[in-house]
Design a protein around this ligand. Structure first.
Ligand SMILES: Nc1ncnc2c1ncn2[C@@H]1O[C@H](COP(=O)(O)OP(=O)(O)OP(=O)(O)O)[C@@H](O)[C@H]1O
Length: 728
């Protein structure tokens, strides 16, 4: 029996609920009821994908877990049941801004929806807490749900049979495995414990297998088949995914690249418009979002774009509320036909008068809950913190189903900065940190992938539907499918190890630096010694080393004041980038500190790299109160941790899998030393005082022991570098 449409708009008297038994929707809402609501209330012609099945399941009183892609139409699956069903549908959502957008949108189409938040007047709050005049769609936050006052309201609602269902939106926030863990989401389990027969609907756009399992566990939901699980494809077939590499030199300036990208779209539009198929359309009316990591880069990029004739504005937490609202309103209302107002010039200085905004340059806080359908591109100036986040952010493009572009700029510097930020995050638990690294390493894998279709990559990560490239990406809507060779080349050019990319020393420079090997087979470091004795400067070859290297002797160490700033002790050579560094072998060699009459021969860069040493001492960076002993200790502890985690004689270890048959045991030992030295050097360069340095290497040791994903990333990189240096 379907209800008259007029009743959807009316406020329902409390008593009507009080006399109503616990809603058993299937009995009183047949298919025509929901179709009628779909068309007359929501103004939509038909259901999409699994929407109708989900709606029927929740109306039948089933607990549901719904996984649908961003823009897939999740909201309708709970907003519509709330309209056709009796009682209150309680929706938990993570952000007030998100809630307000949804409430406004529902009120706009005449649906009774509200939220309890701090903005409400005391009288309104009281009314709600007294369970009066409750709307069918009632939004709240997890924090409020955890309060005693609100819980007692829910108990009141329940005893009056007015609680229709709980909806948990963005349900991945409940899981530590999810990319947006919110501890208050965990407290939502209280609901099932207290109202076991009231259905729950948990929805998310991004949940891997483990996150799904965690959502079920944390919300105390039953296992399938009692729980109805709906998994739509995660594939957004209309999105074209692409990764562009930032090169260490300036040959690929992302800004110029973006500008070129925009201008090309404008030119194409101009041509199309010249053919006269449409009138009134602006060629520049291409709506997009550019995500940047920092507020200042948002401001920089948007200013540059404006100077280059693109109607762009920045949006971030550093702006005043009024400015942000003005940008959002203008951008939301702008389309290809928007009139460029004459006041546009003037509005440059008076932000609230902004009229037309095509491109928003924003930090990631922008976008959640914004339902703009015609976003034609989403560009990531910087990396997202996880593949889930990237999928969600890029998914803001093409919600109307039309072809749209998602471009991400990537470099190892960006990657390392993000790793650094994750390492610095001391607010989270060990588990959360670990998961954050895990998610981030998947993001890195996505960026560096040049073989798997990006649609397939995403599908494998979230849905594992097993569908092939032909099904998921039939029209070559990603860079991998389009031109894998060019992509692979661009990657090699941009991400090659330093020796090739010119970041540090090249093989030639290594040799030119005078790498010496004693006739008896022992190694020496490449050094030139600068002397300023008696006011005279001179450059001599010096030798750092002497004894044959063997593992048992590796901790012999006699250089104490290296890097103290004394010119007499200065050894070094120039790096590929022209920076002078000092390179001193300490654990393997004795410092002779003067010319030796022992016979020497030059060795190749390849051989040098095998024993390339350890403590690299910068002449531009000093750490207060740090002695060489301290550094040696850090290095040895790192080496020890690596040796335990990746034993050179353990062929079964994950670390050697790929290197099986390439490196023998001794070479593996050399590789570990190379890695330990590089990590130690990173800790050194990132510290200004001794304690910070110590904390850093101790943290790294801990990560190595736990085999955290970040270690694997660093390991992979350094391993590649090492192999390259060794000519593999
Ligand atoms: N059956 C339908 N027919 C046409 N349009 C629909 C249908 N269902 C939803 N939409 C539209 O699709 C857009 C996305 O819907 P919605 O905001 O519910 O997506 P979502 O899955 O919640 O996405 P996100 O995860 O990004 O929040 C909205 O503009 C909505 O009006």
């Amino acid at each position: 029996m379907s209800r008259p449409i007029s009743s959807y708009f009316a406020k329902r008297p409390t008593l009507a609920f009080a006399s109503c038994p616990q809603p058993k929707a299937a009995a009183c809402n047949s298919k025509p009821g929901i179709r009628e609501a779909l068309q007359k209330v929501f103004g939509l012609d038909d259901f999409r994908g699994m929407q109708e099945d989900v709606i029927n399941a929740t109306l039948a009183g089933k607990d549901c877990l719904v996984l649908m892609p961003t823009g897939g139409g999740k909201s309708l699956t709970y907003q519509l049941p709330a309209v056709v069903d009796d009682g209150v549908t309680l929706v938990v959502s993570p952000l007030l801004a998100l809630i307000q957008n949804q409430v406004d949108a529902l009120n706009k189409i005449g649906v009774n929806a509200a939220t309890l938040n701090s903005v409400l007047k005391a009288k309104e709050r009281k009314e709600i807490l007294l369970v009066r005049n409750l709307p069918s769609n009632y939004y709240t936050t997890p924090e409020l749900m955890a309060t005693e006052a609100f819980r007692s309201t829910l108990i009141k609602l329940h005893t009056r049979f007015m609680l229709a269902r709980l909806v948990v939106d963005e349900a991945h926030c409940i899981s530590e495995w999810g990319h947006d863990f919110r501890s208050d989401y965990r407290k939502l389990r209280w609901f099932k414990d207290n109202f076991p027969s009231t259905p729950i609907m948990a929805l998310t756009a991004t949940a891997t297998e483990s996150v799904r399992a965690d959502i079920i566990k944390q919300l105390h939901l039953p296992a399938p088949p009692e729980l109805a699980v709906f998994v739509s494809t995660f594939n957004r077939a209309n999105l074209h995914y692409e990764v562009r590499f930032k090169t260490p030199d300036t040959s690929n300036d992302p800004y110029q690249d973006v500008l070129h990208f925009l201008k090309t779209i404008y030119d194409n539009r101009k041509k199309r418009l010249a053919q006269g198929t449409t009138t009134g359309e602006r060629a520049e009316g291409v709506c997009g979002i550019i995500y940047c990591a920092t507020r200042s880069s948002c401001d920089d990029v948007s200013e540059k774009l404006r100077a280059d004739g693109v109607r762009a504005r920045s949006y971030h937490a550093g702006l005043k509320d009024t400015e942000r609202r003005a940008v959002l309103t203008a951008w939301s209302g702008t389309d290809a036909f928007s009139t460029v107002m004459p006041s546009d010039k003037a509005s440059e200085n008076v932000t609230p008068q902004i009229d037309v905004v095509d491109v928003v340059v924003a930090t990631i806080s922008f976008g959640m809950g914004i339902d703009k359908k015609d976003v034609r591109f989403v560009i990531h100036w910087d990396l997202s913190k996880s593949l889930e986040a990237y999928y969600q952010e890029s998914g803001r493009a093409g919600r109307d189903g039309k072809a749209s572009r998602c471009v991400l700029y990537y470099s190892h510097q960006d990657r390392d900065r993000q790793i650094y930020l994750l390492q610095q995050d001391t607010s989270s638990t060990e588990n959360t940190r670990r998961n954050a690294f895990e998610s981030f390493s998947k993001m890195v894998e996505y960026c560096e992938n040049v073989k798997t279709c990006r649609h397939v990559f995403i599908d494998q990560y979230f849905g594992a539907s097993g569908l092939t490239t032909e099904v998921l990406c039939p029209s070559k809507r990603c860079d991998v499918c389009k031109d894998p060779k060019t992509l692979a080349k661009a990657k090699t050019k941009a991400l090659a190890p330093p020796a090739e990319a010119g970041g540090f020393m090249s093989a030639k420079q290594f040799e030119a630096g005078g790498n010496l090997r004693l006739k008896d087979g022992s190694w020496v470091a490449p050094v030139k010694q600068k002397r300023t004795i008696g006011g005279e400067s001179s450059l001599d070859f010096g030798i750092v080393g002497g004894e044959d290297y063997s593992r048992s002797k590796k901790s012999r160490y006699t250089v104490d004041n290296i890097g103290s700033g004394s010119d007499e002790e200065g050894f070094g050579f120039r790096t590929g980038a022209g920076r002078r560094i000092k390179d001193v072998t300490v654990s393997r060699f004795e410092l002779l500190g003067r010319q030796t009459n022992r016979e020497v021969t030059f060795v190749s860069a390849r051989e040098m790299a095998k024993t390339q040493h350890p403590l690299i001492i910068s002449d531009t960076h000093h750490v207060a109160d740090l002695s060489c002993d301290d550094r040696e200790r850090g290095y040895l502890q790192l080496l020890k941790a690596l040796g335990i985690s990746m034993r050179p004689d353990d062929d079964a270890s994950w670390a050697w899998g790929m290197l099986d048959g390439i490196l023998d045991e001794e070479q593996r030992g050399n590789l570990l030393e190379y890695v330990a030295a590089s990590i130690e050097n990173q800790c050194f360069l990132a510290s200004k005082i001794c304690n910070v340095y110590k904390n850093k290497w101790m943290q790294r040791v801990k990560e190595i022991r736990h085999e955290e994903p970040t270690v694997k990333i660093v390991w992979d990189d350094l391993k590649r570098e090492f192999l390259k240096l060794n000519g593999y």
